[in-house]
Each structure stands twice: as C-alpha cells, then as structure tokens.
Design a protein. Structure first.
Ligand SMILES: Cc1cc2nc3c(=O)[nH]c(=O)nc-3n(C[C@H](O)[C@H](O)[C@H](O)COP(=O)(O)OP(=O)(O)OC[C@H]3O[C@@H](n4cnc5c(N)ncnc54)[C@H](O)[C@@H]3O)c2cc1C
Length: 423
C-alpha cells in the first residue's frame, strides 16, 4: 500500500525510524531547515521510557530546538550535580555542574513528558509524525536503502514510503543496525538494571537537594533520582553474571542490596513503593557501522553506554543535532554523502568512546576521587589545560571535547564538490 493512501505524501527527504529523543530532535532540526521529514514510531506518546536524569550536554540541542523555556514551564526538576558514594573515600562526595564552567544545570524528568515535548516540537517545526507505526523492513534498490515498509496499528496492510536518506533512531530495537551491521558488545559493561518508584522520600540536604545520588555497594550500584516533590526513581545495577549466579530474583536482590546502602536507605526510610519493578539488560554496545548506502544510525540505535552518570539522552540528542546539520548539507550536496556520514560517524564514535572508557575505569571502586578526576583529565585533556576536577565535571556533563560531534564542519567537502570544473 502506498502511504499516499494514508493521506501522507510518498516521498520524503528523510525518514526517521523512532520518535524518541534522538529521532524527534533530528526531525525537528531538519524540518526547521525546510526539509520534508517523516517520523514513524511504534508507540503512542506519551509513552513510558527509562532514562530520567539528564546532563548539561542535553541543554545544547534543546536550545537549538527552542525548548529550554518550555522545560522550565513544565516544572521539570533542575539538576545541579550529583552526590556520590563511590571509591575508597570514606565520605560521600559531590560534584556540581557549575564546576565545569559551561552549563550549570540539566533536569530530572519523567521521560513520558520529555519525549512528548520533543516530539510535539518536531511537529510544530513541520515534521510529519505517525505514531503506532511499526517499521517492519527497509526497501532496497540497487544496493541502496530507499525507503521503509511499516504497519499502522489497527490498519490492515503494509505501507511503503520513500526518502533520500533513512535515519535509524529506533533505540535498542536497532531496526536498521540489526540488518546491516554487526554489533560489538562491551564486555566490561554487561550489566542488568532493576528499578521502581517511591513516594514520600527524603531529599538530600542543602545544596545537594536536587542531586542524583549514585551509591556504590559491594556488587553493584544504586541510582536515586528525585523526580518531583517526594518521588524518587530508584534503580539497582549489577553485573549480569552476578545476578545470574544469585539465588534471588532481581526484585529480591534489589530489596536485599538496598539494605546495604548507607545514604539511599536513609532517604527511603519513610517512603512507600508506588509501582512494580521494571528491569533491563543494559549491556553496552557499539554498532560496527554507523552508516551505509542510504542509511545512518543515531542514539541508542547506534551505540549505548551504561547509565552510570546518565549520558544516554544527551548523547542521543547531541548526535541527532549533529546529524541534522550534516543531513541537511547532504540533501543540498548529495555528492558529499559518504564522506559527510563518515565524518559524523568518526566524531560520534570518538566522543562515545571517551565516555565509555571513562565509565569502564570508573567501575574500579578501589580508587579515590582524585584518581577518577585524573582519569577524566587523561581522556579529555592530556595537556592538562584545566584542573582535573574541572575535566571530570566537563566529561560527565557531556561537554568535554564535544565540538567535532556537535559542530560538524563540512566546508571543505562542500568546497570540493562546488569548485568549478577546470577547463
Ligand atoms: C537502566 C537504564 C537507565 C538509564 N538511565 C538513563 C539516565 O538516567 N539518563 C539518560 O540520559 N539516559 C539513561 N538511559 C539511556 C536512555 O534510556 C537512552 O540512551 C535514550 O532513551 C536514547 O534515546 P533514543 O531516542 O536513541 O532511543 P529511545 O528513547 O529508545 O527511542 C526509540 C524509539 O524508537 C521506537 N521504535 C523502536 N522500534 C521501532 C520500529 N520498529 N518502528 C517504529 N518505531 C520504533 C520506540 O518506540 C522508541 O520511541 C538509561 C538506560 C537504561 C537501560
């Protein structure tokens, strides 16, 4: 069935699979540039998603989308930093995003609200968004992906639609990545997470009021995310192998390990659980290829890193912003496609790997915070231009060395293809 039968044009500049933060950010920024964009998401929004603690890097694409004031109006909880029970330090330690010197806060938010806000903005900017539309397959012609086939809930038949470029922003479903790329699992980050929600929680004191709490215990770590008033999202992350070897269910493991925390159990002492448990195998991975003939990956569809320090949504939206700028230029100058996508993939992988390597080494809890600060410096600032503490905060804010990713420069590629042909 042609999509025109659905009242939607058949032919787009860009088709985006998935309307989560990555897909909707790319869609909004491309539509704003006058591109014809179709977003297909299998869910109806608002829909639940995990990933509620944001970092300052996320504020950059939101500013481009014109959403920073809207987040305030919606009453999202500002997050100024984190409180960490980790490493060899006897006493919990804190970090403040302001130390990074660039953007002093991000937010904690329910993803149903956040993701709907970004999707609505994509629509306002001119993107066509179809919800409850599950992409089933790609359409290929002469070795190039030229479109997708999708099914709309409640409607019989499969719809075909075409675009100059297909963006896979389908999160861990990896609709295109699964078909066209191998995936590399990061062996050191093969964890499992189990989480739930509590009401009636106490807040951290004073300046720590809105901090995320990251508390390491012997076999794993907990997050405590203040969503609003007394409501906390609380999750436990442990190696998959440890969970498997335990005779307890994930829920029982959560309860027994919570009792081993020092700070978190204090915040929850008068709280009551308000929902059931959810769990996910959150193994970190990178797709071998981030792009191919007619397709490109972004967000979790490209790569996923452990939720320690909460980089997921920031990474997804920063990469989506970069991709929008690049795809816009590709539509203008199709000859640069391969080199431009390669530049995007290289910048994305380098930025992602910096965070991944840091997280992997941070998992060694035998060290003190000075070690972790030096580690951040080694990765992002080997010339030691900043204080190591500043480097640490910039890295976990998603703001260290983000220029090549966030501000891609294609001028040389465009100049090459625009140069008048020699006689
Ligand atoms: C346990 C855990 C805790 C986390 N905590 C945090 C955190 O605190 N902070 C943070 O920033 N990140 C966190 N993350 C990571 C975060 O959830 C992701 O990085 C983020 O959601 C990625 O956004 P995305 O747009 O790439 O993908 P998603 O948000 O997953 O969006 C993908 C969209 O694609 C749609 N889709 C899938 N398949 C299809 C299909 N076939 N057809 C059409 N649509 C499709 C889905 O419905 C979905 O809406 C956490 C992750 C886990 C597992």
């Amino acid at each position: 069935m042609s999509s025109t039968l659905q009242g939607i044009t058949d032919d787009f500049d860009v088709i985006i699979i998935g309307g989560g933060p990555a897909g909707s950010t790319a869609a909004g920024l491309l539509a704003e540039r006058g591109r014809r964009v179709l977003v297909l998401d299998r869910e109806r929004f608002p829909r639940y998603h995990i990933g509620e603690s944001l970092i300052p890097g996320f504020m950059l694409p939101m500013e481009e989308l014109g959403l920073t004031e809207r987040m305030e109006e919606k009453g999202f909880e500002r997050k100024y930093g984190g409180t960490v029970v980790w490493g060899n330090n006897e006493i919990p330690w804190n970090f403040a995003f302001a130390t990074g010197g660039k953007i002093p806060y991000a937010y904690h938010t329910r993803r149903a609200d956040l993701d709907t806000m970004i999707m609505d903005r994509a629509r306002e900017l001119g993107a066509t968004v179809v919800e409850e539309a599950t992409v089933k397959d790609t359409i290929e012609e002469d070795g190039r992906v030229v479109g997708v086939r999708y099914a709309v809930r409640g409607v019989e038949g499969i719809v075909e639609t075409r675009g100059s470029l297909i963006v896979d922003a389908s999160g861990q479903a990896r609709v295109i990545g699964r078909k066209y790329s191998e995936v590399n699992w990061h062996e050191q980050l093969q964890n499992v997470a189990v989480w739930t929600y509590f009401d009636g929680c106490h807040r951290l004191p004073g300046d720590e009021w809105s901090n995320i709490l990251i508390e390491g215990i012997k076999d794993g770590w907990f997050w405590g995310i203040p969503l609003d008033k007394g409501v906390f999202s609380v999750g436990y992350v442990t190696p998959s192998a440890t969970a498997k070897a335990s005779d307890k269910s994930l829920e029982d493991l959560f309860a027994s390990q919570l009792a081993n925390t020092s700070k978190l159990k204090g915040l929850l002492k008068d709280a009551h659980q308000t929902s059931g448990f959810r769990s996910a195998r959150d193994w970190s991975y990178t797709n071998e290829r981030f792009y191919g003939n007619g397709w490109v990956l972004v967000g979790d569809a490209a790569a996923f890193v452990d939720p320690l320090f909460s980089p997921g949504v920031a990474l997804a939206t920063m990469a989506a912003s970069s991709l929008a700028k690049i795809v816009d230029q590709i539509i203008e100058h199709p000859q640069i496609e391969e080199k431009a996508l390669d530049r995007y993939a290289t910048a994305y992988q380098e930025f992602f790997n910096g965070i991944r390597i840091f997280v992997e080494k941070f998992y060694d809890r035998s060290k003190t915070k000075g070690f972790y600060f030096d580690l951040a410096q080694e990765i992002t600032d080997p010339e030691k231009k900043n204080d190591a503490h500043v480097d640490f905060v910039q890295l976990i804010s998603g703001l260290a060395r983000n220029d090549a990713l966030f501000n891609p420069d294609l001028d040389d590629l465009i100049a090459d293809v625009s140069a008048p042909a020699a006689d």
